[in-house]
Design a protein around this ligand. Structure first.
Ligand SMILES: Nc1ncnc2c1ncn2[C@@H]1O[C@H](COP(=O)(O)OP(=O)(O)OP(=O)(O)O)[C@@H](O)[C@H]1O
Length: 628
């Protein structure tokens, strides 16, 4: 069928993550409901700061409160200065009598400047620590989730967003909370001073703040709603950006001349994102303008009230100067407060990601049961096992019953997608079955501590991980703590896998760093990587070994070495081999045939050949290919 879509990915309307649609409802919720996010975000930031460094947090709070108090004191000093300057009597005399108050005023300004510098210093020491602690907490929780979580695109996207947006939001919120505290103290001081001068002045001061606050909130909501609308497009943009530079697709990018299509796709999505952003910024500007205009009206009303008070004689002129200073201080403090609340409100959405990510990740943690998996299970038994991948509409495995004894070498065969790899992951406890049980010596491994299960297994993957480490560490990484004084374990691993000759070819032998991310790094070939992967699996010396297509990239000689090595090593452990090259498994103890996620036949090579069916068909197709 010809490709009809204009997009490079092939479809336009990718589903947004589930959490994004839930959040759209949150973003559309009423002001008071959403405002409640501010205190909880503030609490989270303060808690994080307190846990990171109680004394720095306390110091930050004290410095900010002191700074607010000094502002209040400065205001009162201003009121006294005005009262003394505007009293009756000759000017020089009034000036002299006001000198002590002027001295106090200047002193309060100097102290305020000092405290502001101290506050900046404390914040400078606290904020990076808070960020590090928040990141560490996230890492600790995310690293502990089950393997299936990484098959869930919603979870992966939440991790990406939680890591990217939330960390910077926590950092910003941490600074903003401190500013907010100082601004609130100044604001209270100014309101109290204004209220003391005349009770009418305090409420009218709030008028401007209400308008500003409304505009700030509306702008934040618009921004967040836009972020949610753009989640899928931003993800596409990220994927395409990555494809333009990713090394693993570099050869095909050139060979398929995909550079131009990638740039075109990037421009197409970026145009869309930019247009949306410009539209939203215009909308925000209108809202801000309306807010500013209303705030201006509010300030005007405040000054009008002051004028009326003076005109009606309810306030003396001597106090009007102090009132104006109080009003100006209040206006500045209000604007800082509104800005801080706005920032907190805006970032509270992203901080909520952090909280949600912690919650979701914790829910995906394996709960410790205190049950330990047997160190070297004599029998592995699967009873009625069914497994479906997250988001899949049909099970990858269904109704699997199987028993494997220690020392047995069992091979899983079947066509592509029949469930061989999945069965390997179920046997080793990497995935818990959706129904049925996996027992190791009568211990249900779903109920056993994950650590104890995983420490007994070794998995050689179809595509072994390319660990950016030395060749030696690439082999030892599964058992860096292994006591191997005479190097017997090492010899066994490198000989049975054929990795010894690979190491000899590297410029610095086992000390060669295998990653092109480093300047003197080396890049092994596909077959060399695979032999290193096999060596790693053998070196781990685990009770249960699953080798999934361990030789797909190997030449015939290396392949023979590996299978002979795995069969030999299999006598002391439970070994499961997955392969399509059936000649390699003719001599294993048992062959399990999978079709569409079910076991359809089992037996030795001879019995399966005699019985006919899929195994014999596959074997004969391969055998015929070698006949003249
Ligand atoms: N991570 C995953 N998420 C969702 N579905 C998956 C995942 N891995 C495999 N599947 C699906 O599960 C089914 C079984 O896949 P599995 O990899 O176990 O097959 P296999 O027999 O090992 O195939 P092959 O011979 O191609 O390696 C397939 O339909 C596949 O699409």
């Amino acid at each position: 069928m010809a490709a009809t879509s204009e997009t490079l990915i092939g479809v336009e309307d990718l589903e947004p993550p589930r959490w994004a649609s839930v959040d759209e409802q949150v973003a559309a919720a009423g002001t008071w409901r959403t405002l409640s996010a501010v205190p909880s975000a503030t609490a989270l930031v303060i808690r994080l700061a307190w846990r990171t460094s109680p004394w720095l947090t306390a110091l930050a709070g004290i410095v900010q409160v002191l700074s607010g108090c000094v502002t209040a004191f400065g205001l009162l000093a201003t009121a006294t200065v005005f009262a003394q300057l505007l009293q009756d009597g000759p000017t020089p005399q009034r000036l002299v009598s006001a000198l002590p108050s002027i001295g106090l005023l200047v002193g309060s300004f100097a102290l305020r400047a000092l405290l502001d510098s101290a506050a900046a210093g404390v914040q400078g020491a606290l904020t990076p620590r808070v960020r590090r602690a928040a990141q560490d907490r996230l890492n600790t929780v995310v690293i502990g989730v089950d393997l299936a979580a990484f098959d869930d695109p919603d979870f992966r996207e939440l991790v990406r967003q939680g890591g990217r947006h939330a960390m910077s939001s926590i950092e910003i919120a941490n600074r903003v909370v401190a500013d907010l505290l100082a601004a609130l103290v100044s604001l209270v001081a100014a309101m109290v001073t204004a209220g003391v001068l005349n009770p009418w002045l305090a409420p009218v001061l709030l008028l401007a703040a209400v308008a500003d606050g409304w505009a700030a909130m509306r702008v934040a909501k618009l921004g967040y709603a836009n972020f949610l609308r753009m989640v899928t497009r931003q993800l596409r943009l990220f994927v395409v950006e990555n494809l333009m530079v990713a090394r693993d697709v570099a050869v095909e990018r050139f060979a398929l001349t995909l550079q131009e299509p990638l740039i075109a796709e990037h421009r197409r999505i970026a145009d869309d994102v930019t247009a949306e952003e410009v539209r939203m910024e215009a909308h925000k500007t209108v809202v801000r303008l309306a807010g500013r205009a209303l705030a201006g009206v509010g300030t005007g009303i405040a000054y009008l009230v002051l004028g009326l008070l003076l005109h009606s004689g309810r306030m003396e002129l001597a106090l009007a100067g102090a009132a104006v200073v109080a009003m100006r201080t209040a206006a500045t403090a209000l604007s800082t407060t509104m800005y801080a609340v706005n920032q907190l409100y805006e970032h509270s959405f992203y901080i909520d990601f952090y909280r949600r990510l912690l919650r979701v990740a914790r829910a995906r943690h394996h709960v410790s049961t205190g049950v330990t998996a047997p160190t070297d299970p004599g029998v592995i038994r699967l009873e009625g096992v069914t497994f479906t991948y997250p988001g899949a509409d049909r099970p990858a495995l269904a109704g699997i019953d199987l028993e494997i004894a220690r020392g047995e070498v069992v091979a899983l065969v079947g066509e592509n997608g029949s469930g061989k790899t999945t069965l390997g992951k179920i046997i080793t406890g990497l995935y818990p079955p959706e129904a049925g049980r996996v027992l190791w010596d009568d211990v249900d491994i779903a109920a056993a501590d994950r650590e104890s299960v995983h420490s007994r297994i070794s998995v050689i993957s179809q595509q072994p991980a390319h660990w950016p480490m030395t060749a030696g560490h690439n082999i030892r990484v599964g058992r860096l703590d292994r006591h191997d004084p005479h190097g017997r374990g090492w010899d066994e691993a490198v000989d049975q896998s054929g990795a010894r000759s690979v190491l000899a070819e590297f410029p610095r032998g086992e000390k060669t760093v295998l990653s092109k991310d480093f300047r003197d790094g080396h890049e092994p070939s596909g077959g060399q990587w695979q032999r290193i992967g096999v060596a790693r699996g053998i070196y781990r010396d685990a009770a249960i070994l699953v080798a999934d297509e361990p030789t797909a990239a190997l030449d015939a000689k290396a392949e023979q070495t590996v299978f002979a090595g795995l069969r030999h090593a299999g006598r002391s452990r439970t070994t499961v081999l997955v392969t399509h090259r059936l000649a390699n498994i003719r001599h294993v103890d048992r062959i399990i045939v999978l079709e569409g996620g079910r076991i359809t036949a089992r037996g030795t090579h001879e019995s399966l050949m005699a019985a006919g069916g899929l195994y014999r068909d596959l074997y004969e197709i391969q055998a015929r290919a070698y006949e003249t």
